[in-house]
Design a protein around this ligand. Structure first.
Ligand code: GN1
Ligand code: MG
Length: 364
């Protein structure tokens, strides 16, 4: 089936004009498609849901519909006009569900494209970083009364760092592609980080930290920004919204946004935590969600930054050892380069930990 055929299965009208693939995201395939209706250009985001990663796409979509309805209700209550871009999924033309299935059994979803919006794979504008921090903080706030337990777990143990270590150990044991010998140095570094990186999960396991509804993939490119005003339009990519720790969201965002280099940059010696960006994000995030945090949540936010960085290094390395089946790779060894980058960032975070604590205190 062509993209045009798939679009025809959704309840959207008009004449199909064309599509182009959007090369962002390491998991799903995304297309921007254009239609013309009554002389007006209509654009949509069409996404094929990666079934290897998300085993039950209908349940992923069910989570998304419930979450976006909840947020929309909050937006309306606030009368907040700048936040009207909450994602809205189109339904199938024939059936009563917000996805369609193509002739290969693949699941597709379709969202309205948010006009005059952009997303940032990297950015230096501190004001916009603060707004992105605010968007993720507000997301937490808006969902703080959503019944977390009713959400479907789209990827089991997604941010369970202890289990990520177990997975690495198992991969090393099997070593199906004889790759372990090439990454000995990275493996031993990650084991050095293990104790501290597993502390957060300990707090969750023993009930000292609450499970909240978290986004779990808080990269800057998952926030849609108004091209002209720089205001936040919507939080995107809700596939991994599940119960988790606030520190996961804070940590993952800082890991991505405040890295002086991109996530897969190979100039590892230039990889550092940018403290201005750290502060800009923290200011926005805490400003929106600070009032709901428990003492231990506040105390573990920076631990989350370290944890999420180490955890992603673990995931990239485990995927490499097991044959690069999970993340999209642009070239052989891409996952190793990503691992080295995240290890370099983890070291920088440790070096700057006290400084981070000082800044965080200012906003709590
Ligand atoms: C994946 O596909 P994307 O870029 O939204 C991954 C995240 C990682 C990220 C690293 C479902 O996200 O957990 O942090 O790559 N998503 C999933 O770039 O595994
Ligand atoms: Mg994602």
């Amino acid at each position: 089936m062509t993209i045009k055929d798939i679009c025809a299965l959704f309840d959207i009208g008009g004449t199909y004009l064309g599509c182009r693939e959007i090369e962002s995201g390491n998991i799903n395939s995304t297309f921007r498609v254009s239609f013309e209706r009554d002389g007006v250009l209509k654009e949509y985001i069409l996404q094929k849901i990666n079934k290897r990663v998300f085993k039950e796409p209908p349940k992923v979509m069910d989570n998304i519909v419930r979450i976006t309805n909840h947020i929309r209700m909050k937006v309306l209550k606030r009368g907040d006009s700048t936040r009207t871009g909450v994602l809205r999924a189109f339904y199938s033309r024939e059936e009563d569900h917000p996805y369609v299935i193509d002739d290969c059994g693949e699941y597709w979803r379709c969202y309205r494209y948010i006009h005059n919006s952009k997303t940032y794979d990297s950015l230096d504008d501190l004001e916009i970083i603060t707004k992105i921090g605010g968007a993720f903080g507000r997301f937490q706030e808006d969902l703080s009364d959503f019944p977390a337990k009713t959400l479907f777990i789209t990827i089991p143990n997604f941010h369970d760092t202890k289990k990520r270590y177990v997975a690495l150990r198992e991969a090393i044991e099997i070593d199906p592609y004889k790759r372990v010998k090439k990454v000995k140095e990275q493996i031993s570094m990650l084991f050095e980080f293990e104790k501290m990186a597993c502390e957060l999960q300990e707090y969750l396991d023993n009930g000292k930290l609450p499970y909240r509804v978290t986004h779990n993939d808080t990269k800057s490119n998952n926030v849609s920004i108004d091209k002209i005003t720089g205001d936040v339009l919507a939080v995107l990519d809700l596939d991994t919204v599940m119960p988790g720790a606030i520190a996961h969201d804070f940590g993952d965002a800082i890991r991505f946004i405040a890295n002086t280099r991109k996530e897969d940059d190979v100039q590892y010696e230039l990889v550092e935590l940018d403290m201005d960006k750290y502060e800009a994000f923290t200011k926005g995030f805490i400003g929106e969600v600070g009032s709901v945090l428990t003492d231990l949540e506040k105390k573990t936010l920076n631990l989350g930054v370290f944890t999420m960085t180490v955890e992603l290094a673990l995931r990239f390395l485990t995927d490499y050892i097991l044959g690069d089946k999970y993340f999209k790779n642009n070239y052989p060894g891409h996952n190793v380069d990503r691992t080295k980058n995240q290890i370099a960032l983890s070291k920088s975070i440790l070096n700057k930990f006290e400084q981070m604590e000082g800044i965080l205190k200012k906003y709590l």
